[in-house]
Design a protein around this ligand. Structure first.
Ligand code: SF4
Length: 395
């Protein structure tokens, strides 16, 4: 029976306990326990109804077919995926499949011509996948994914339970499965196959961003082919932060432990928050610094940006990429001042922040302690995207 009451206690502690408790369990047992263990809480399965999704969907149908299933319809999916989703949900008797889509006003504002994927796949994924999912997950304490260790280096240390930004638990029952396990399960249970698999698509995402894979290629080679991108952002793993505090740099120690103030990530390391007192509401005339939330309408700022020295854009969640879109749009409007990302941004997102036009990132003292400057520096070839250098004609 699903557990319906919210759980208490820090996510990191619950994740550690769950991993210890279920370390030696098989996938179906992990899933069964995840659905009923009070330390997991309210849980949903997030499914793309892609090439291998039917495995978890089948397990859910056996354990409790009323488990909520969140299906993200990016409105860029293959027609075959939509037909397969309907067929699988019906044949397995899943009774709570929720189709998640981007808000129409967000699509109208950020991708009115449906071409954003051609110029900025990260922004497109943030708009069509990450933000809708974040909204859909709001009532849940945990979500189940089909990720597996064999699927690439970024997933090679995947645990059954992960801490997602100290907010939610991510459950990966198939973490230890090999490709043969997946195939065997589908054959043994006579599960329907996604029709595109037989046509050369072993991994299936949106139609514009998925191509056929040649024999011998990595199964995910057809996703965002030719781009430096292999995750849509939904599975962004900040989790390795929870292995424990890392040794802080002297500057981080000084700033975090003595003053407990936010710190700024810049190209030369952590720096003082020299403009923290200068921010004013975005609708304050004559402001030299602006604070924007993720919902801000940047078109309303056209003609009002002269003299604005810095704009700070809030990231309310690790998986919320709307701030990247705002930065990109401000740069496209010609804004040449400083852009600062503030809030839930972590080292893995630094390259993305630079690429979309940010100059700096403002993070909490606690995060700076856990992610010393060296981690930020190691993450990104940010100089390839140094917007300010390009402005100066140096890049
Ligand atoms: S996979 Fe492609 S089309 Fe789908 S949301 Fe991401 S960038 Fe957009």
């Amino acid at each position: 029976m699903r557990h319906e009451t919210p759980t208490a206690g820090p996510v990191a502690a619950r994740v550690a306990a769950l991993n210890a408790r279920y370390r030696n369990h098989a996938a179906i047992a992990v899933l069964r326990r995840a659905i009923s263990d009070p330390e997991v809480g309210r849980v949903a399965l997030v499914s793309s109804f892609g090439a291998e999704s039917v495995v978890l969907l089948h397990m859910i149908s056996v354990i409790d077919r009323a488990t909520p299933v969140l299906f993200i319809d990016t409105q860029m999916l293959f027609a075959e995926t939509l037909a397969y989703q309907t067929e699988v949900a019906a044949s397995l008797g899943l009774s709570d499949v929720r189709t998640i889509r981007a808000r129409p006003e967000a699509l109208a504002a950020h991708d009115p011509d449906r071409l954003l994927h051609k110029t900025d796949t990260d922004a497109c994924c943030a708009l069509r996948k990450t933000e809708p999912l974040e909204r859909a997950l709001a009532p849940f304490d945990a979500w189940i994914t089909g990720r597996k260790r064999f699927q690439g280096q970024t997933r090679s240390r995947l645990d059954f339970f992960e801490n997602e930004g100290d907010q939610r638990i991510k459950v990966n029952p198939l973490a230890h499965w090999r490709p043969d396990d997946v195939q065997e399960y589908m054959v043994n249970n006579r599960l329907p196959r996604h029709p595109l698999v037989a046509r050369g698509y072993p991994s299936i995402g949106c139609a514009p961003c998925t191509s056929r894979v040649a024999p011998g290629e990595d199964p995910r080679a057809g996703r965002w082919r030719g781009q430096d991108k292999d995750e849509c952002g939904i599975h962004f793993v900040d989790g390795k932060m929870v292995r424990g505090p890392l040794p802080p740099t002297p500057s981080a120690t000084d700033r975090n432990e003595e003053h407990q103030m936010n710190v700024i990530v810049t190209d030369t390391g952590f720096a003082a928050d020299d403009l923290s007192g200068a921010f004013q509401p975005a609708d304050t005339p004559g402001a030299t610094a602006l604070d924007l939330g993720p919902e801000a309408d940047v078109t309303a700022l056209a003609g009002r940006l002269d003299g604005v020295e810095i704009i700070r854009i809030a990231f309310p969640a690790f998986s919320d990429g709307r701030g990247f879109t705002l930065a990109r749009r401000l740069r496209m409007m010609g804004y040449g001042g400083r852009l600062r990302a503030a809030g839930h941004v972590i080292a893995d997102q630094y390259a993305m922040a630079r690429r979309t036009g940010f100059d700096e990132v403002e993070i909490s003292a606690d995060l700076a302690r856990r992610q010393p400057w060296e981690q930020w520096q190691a993450r990104a070839d940010w100089r390839a995207h140094d917007y300010q250098a390009r402005l100066r004609g140096a890049g």
